[in-house]
Design a protein around this ligand. Structure first.
Ligand SMILES: Cc1cc2nc3c(=O)[nH]c(=O)nc-3n(C[C@H](O)[C@H](O)[C@H](O)COP(=O)(O)O)c2cc1C
Length: 194
């Protein structure tokens, strides 16, 4: 299924290819691909080069107990579509600067940049990474003994997109609906606000 973004202007192929599937094949993610995706996150930019992102990675086949624990933290809607997807991750941010111990106001922003780089790298490799706000951060903290100064931000599914027909009807329709964005004029202001 081709879900390439219908961009108004040319962009890098992997940016147009990235999307958020809900149907995934059970095919495991090869180690080399996983390493490349994590490496893309590792090289994201960050304020003061703090690199405040931290990720929990669980592979269904290799860390089944951790995978099941993380899956249990997702809201029922997200649990409902994950099916046999092979990798579940949790994106987190260290809230305080390693340098001075003070709150780092950019930690979430920086973690988002790392996740975005990972998603684009995944798309370049024919995989897709679907980020999810729909999870219980307190449950994830408890399940994995995540320290108080680290915030769980988003769960993510990684794998090979599968057929929309594997999903229930309502989700299959969303999976094949045209991809859309607000007009650029609502996001980018030239010289003056609005
Ligand atoms: C921070 C964040 C949280 C999201 N949370 C969910 C979620 O809980 N469940 C879900 O199905 N999709 C979730 N999404 C996916 C978005 O719905 C999706 O990115 C958006 O509709 C744009 O579609 P695209 O990624 O295919 O371009 C989330 C995406 C982001 C970046």
């Amino acid at each position: 299924m081709d879900r390439t973004a219908p961009t108004d202007h040319p962009v890098l192929p992997a940016i147009a290819a990235r999307w958020s599937p809900r149907s995934y094949l059970e095919t495991p993610v090869p180690d080399a691909a996983l390493h490349s995706i994590l490496e893309a996150g590792r090289w994201a930019a960050s304020a003061y080069n703090e690199q405040p992102w931290q990720y929990l990675i669980t592979r269904r086949a290799l860390e089944p107990e951790a995978f099941a624990k993380l899956l249990a933290c997702l809201v029922p809607f997200n649990q409902g579509w994950i099916g046999g997807a092979p990798v579940l991750m949790l994106a987190c941010a260290r809230l305080n600067s390693a340098g001075n111990g003070k709150p780092n106001p950019w930690s979430h922003y920086d973690a988002g940049q790392a996740s975005s780089a990972m998603a684009i790298q995944a798309a370049a490799l024919g995989l897709q990474l679907h980020q999810m706000a729909g999870f219980d951060a307190a449950a994830a903290r408890a399940a994995f003994a995540i320290p108080e100064d680290v915030a769980p931000i988003a769960a993510m599914v990684l794998g090979t997109p599968g057929p929309a027909s594997a999903l229930p009807e309502a989700l299959a329709q969303r999976e094949t609906a045209p991809r859309a964005r607000k007009p650029a004029g609502e996001m980018f202001f030239l010289g003056q606000w609005g």
